[in-house]
Design a protein around this ligand. Structure first.
Ligand code: F6P
Length: 347
């Protein structure tokens, strides 16, 4: 029987289990066995696997996280890492690999395919929605829904106490979550990495609003927004540990706190901050993400059966297509100016 390995890498994300389930079930129809690679690329470095039969994937569709574990391991930064990965693909007798991940996990997949002919198909996962070549990644809709609900809830306190409420959302170096949740939640100011709005400009927006009789405001800030000032000074606020992972990413977080301090000092309005953090990645996927993840999984399985490797499943409009893995991971998909214009027009 031909055999497929499935791995999930990078941050966990709602919908991962839905993809795993779809791949296993669809490939079983064509007589394929499936095996889970434990904890992303680390499982192929160490040779750790877990069974993925039809029973193992039963009932996992609505479950958050990933039943096969994940990590931010990069075999290219480990001594002899690539050789170990290839060796375990051989010894485990994998005929194909489905890699479910974001730019880092899929970047490794693209490189292993290009340099070593690894028979791999990618599936685009990330709450950040920052992968090129697909309109949406799964997990994003859930994160936006969670952030929107939080903004709705924070409105109550903002209004009752006449406060400015700053909400820090994830998204790394792109502002997709901030823009979508900000529009959906009716935020008054939206700050994202792609648009260099200064602290002074943000304060002016809040003050103008308060002059018109609205004495509370909601500010949504993306964790990757650089705190910028009219003097030209700008800086990225990194988390306390300032740790970077094997892909060289700094750990972000904290800009909300710094921004709230600035707003309170400059405007005199009482300001509070809420950092949504990993809540945005937790729990059950929305119906939309379950459907998208399932469609991606089915498409990935079809590519495996057809022997079409080095591809990534993607959503174009309402159609599921496949695109080159190399192209999809070549650059980040940032929020275009037109999207930010919608956000600005809606506040
Ligand atoms: O890429 C998904 C993401 O949640 C980012 O939005 C965030 O910056 C990062 O992962 C957090 O990573 P970790 O879970 O390792 O703290």
């Amino acid at each position: 029987m031909p055999k497929v390995g499935i791995l999930t890498g990078g941050g966990d994300c709602p919908g991962l289990n839905a993809v795993i389930r779809a791949v296993v079930r669809r490939l079983a129809v064509d007589g394929w066995d499936a095996i889970g690679v434990r904890a992303g690329w680390r499982g192929l470095l160490d040779g750790t696997f877990t069974p993925l039969g039809l029973r193992d994937v039963s009932g996992i569709l609505p479950r958050g996280g990933t039943i096969i574990g994940t990590s931010r391991t990069n075999p290219y930064t480990v001594d002899g890492g690539v050789e170990r990965v290839l060796e375990h693909v051989r010894t485990e007798e994998l005929d194909a690999l489905v890699a479910i991940g974001g730019e880092d996990t899929l970047g490794v997949a693209a490189r292993l395919h290009a340099e070593h002919g690894l028979p791999v198909v990618g599936v685009p996962k990330t709450i950040d929605n920052d992968l090129s070549a697909t309109d949406y990644t799964f997990g994003f809709d859930t994160a936006v829904s969670i952030a929107t609900e939080a903004i709705d809830r924070l409105h109550t306190t903002a209004e009752s106490h006449n406060r400015v409420m700053v909400v820090e959302v994830m998204g790394r170096h792109t502002g997709w979550i901030a823009v979508h949740a900000g529009i959906a939640g009716g935020a008054d100011v939206i700050l994202i990495p792609e648009q260099p709005v200064t602290v002074e400009e943000a304060c002016a927006l809040i003050e103008r609003r308060h002059r018109t009789g609205k004495d509370f405001s909601i500010v949504v800030v993306s964790e990757g927004y650089e705190l910028g000032f009219s003097s030209g000074e700008r800086h990225l606020v990194a988390g306390e540990a300032r740790a970077s992972d094997q892909f060289g990413h700094a750990r972000l977080g904290g800009v909300g706190e710094a921004l709230a301090r600035e707003i309170e000092e400059r405007t005199g309005f009482e300001t509070r901050v809420t950092v949504l953090g990993h809540v945005q990645r937790g729990g059950t996927p929305t119906a939309r993400d379950r459907v998208l993840a399932t469609r991606y999984g089915l498409k990935a399985a079809e590519l495996v059966v057809a022997g079409t490797f080095g591809r990534m499943t993607a959503l174009h409009g309402d159609e599921i297509v496949d695109v080159s893995l190399a192209e999809a991971t070549a650059q980040l998909k940032t929020v275009p100016a037109e999207w930010y214009a919608v956000a600005k027009a809606s506040v």
